[in-house]
Design a protein around this ligand. Sequence first.
Ligand code: TYD
Ligand code: MG
Length: 452
Amino acid sequence: MSKSKSVYFCQSCGHQSGKWIGKCPSCGEWNTFVEEVISKPSKKEAGNIDIIKSVPTAVQDITSGNERRINTNSTELNRVLGGGMVMGSIVLIGGEPGIGKSTLMLQVALNMMDKKILYISGEESQQQIKMRADRIGIQNDKCYLLNETFTDSIFKHCKEVEPDLVIIDSIQTLHTNIIDSSPGSISQIRETASQLQRYAKSSNVPVMLIGHITKDGNLAGPKVLEHMVDTVLQFEGDRHYGFRILRSVKNRFGSTSELGIYEMMSNGLREVINPSEILLSNRDEVASGVAIAAMIEGQRPLLIETQALISTAAFGTPQRSSTGFDLRRLNMLLAVLEKRSGFRISSKDVFLNIAGGLKVDDPAIDLAVSAAIISSLDDKAVPPNMCFAGEIGLSGEIRTVSHIENRISEAEKLGFEKIVLSKYCLKNLSNKKFKIELIPVGKVRDFVEVLI
Ligand code: TYD
Ligand code: MG
């Protein structure tokens, strides 16, 4: 017999309370507490997962070795994971509905020809998954599909199949009989995730979990889950564009600044190996208000287009709107341009757009954004063979940015002839030769002179 007990959980942050409360003391949200019934298993029921016997060992007696990684046969995913999937690790991949999480995972499963994969779905039937596999069009006879949401049977099947990788679509559909509340509730998510974690650690099989995102952009069933797993990836993109970005938000085995770029095609996701070429949108004729930034995302240089439109405000308060770029940063740049170079922008509407539906936070984009703004204000196009890399400080100084050599080489590779950068970068480049012309600037005023 199992004893049951009822607990209240905040559905937004996972805070636990013995009684109902209106305002969550942890995250401050109102009306988020929901009652969940937890039944404690009797001693016999528990223990369907082997407990690892471990003993304390002195640090220097432990051989570190390289953690073994599985090659996922996908350049982009390997990069985001930090060089492949670590044995026994748990990876959570989150994203909005319909963004392509199931497609990505199925494609990864089908692509890993030499490994045995168990793809467990609680969301779609085997036929539906098969239809998607046909669409992707990769044949793989070592990829097994399973329709199951009950964790005990999942572990039983895992014992039989002995997979090299387990994929769960999605964690919100799983349930265990230890807890009575419905699938997707905080306590179910917490319990099933910790069972999977024990399975991964004891069997050394990596597990990939798909997770849903709530409407405010957090992973549903939330921080608790992020703490438990080793790696959190986010799959994002603008649904109106084909591009999807796989970002690592947390990674115990690698850097979190890596980025994978995909394009959704009619036959699955295509890896975009050279993103700059598509991010520079159709450039047949030169228009004003467009400037190219030499960016770095993770370790990878990327050239992207920034577009600005400045027009006279029709109403009293001018509008400021920005897509893919922080609005506060835009306001700051506008203020610096106005103050340090005398442009009158405060009475104008300003619209800013980063092409391709990307979101950027590399400060090196400042120069390109300002160039696009000045170009639109002046109604004069930026020379098409020119690109920009530099951060603008509050006093109007152009600051240096990281990895400047990579940025310059990428611009050179894509056929640009001039790159505007901070003059303070030059001393790091003293013994390097580039074919591209470097235009160093120190202050916003010098920068404006280069443009006009
Ligand atoms: P899906 O993987 O089901 O999204 P998620 O699991 O994140 O909810 O992907 C859904 C979208 O992808 C759907 O709108 C159809 C589209 N799609 C393609 O464009 N091409 C394809 O080859 C596949 C399989 C899906
Ligand atoms: Mg799905």
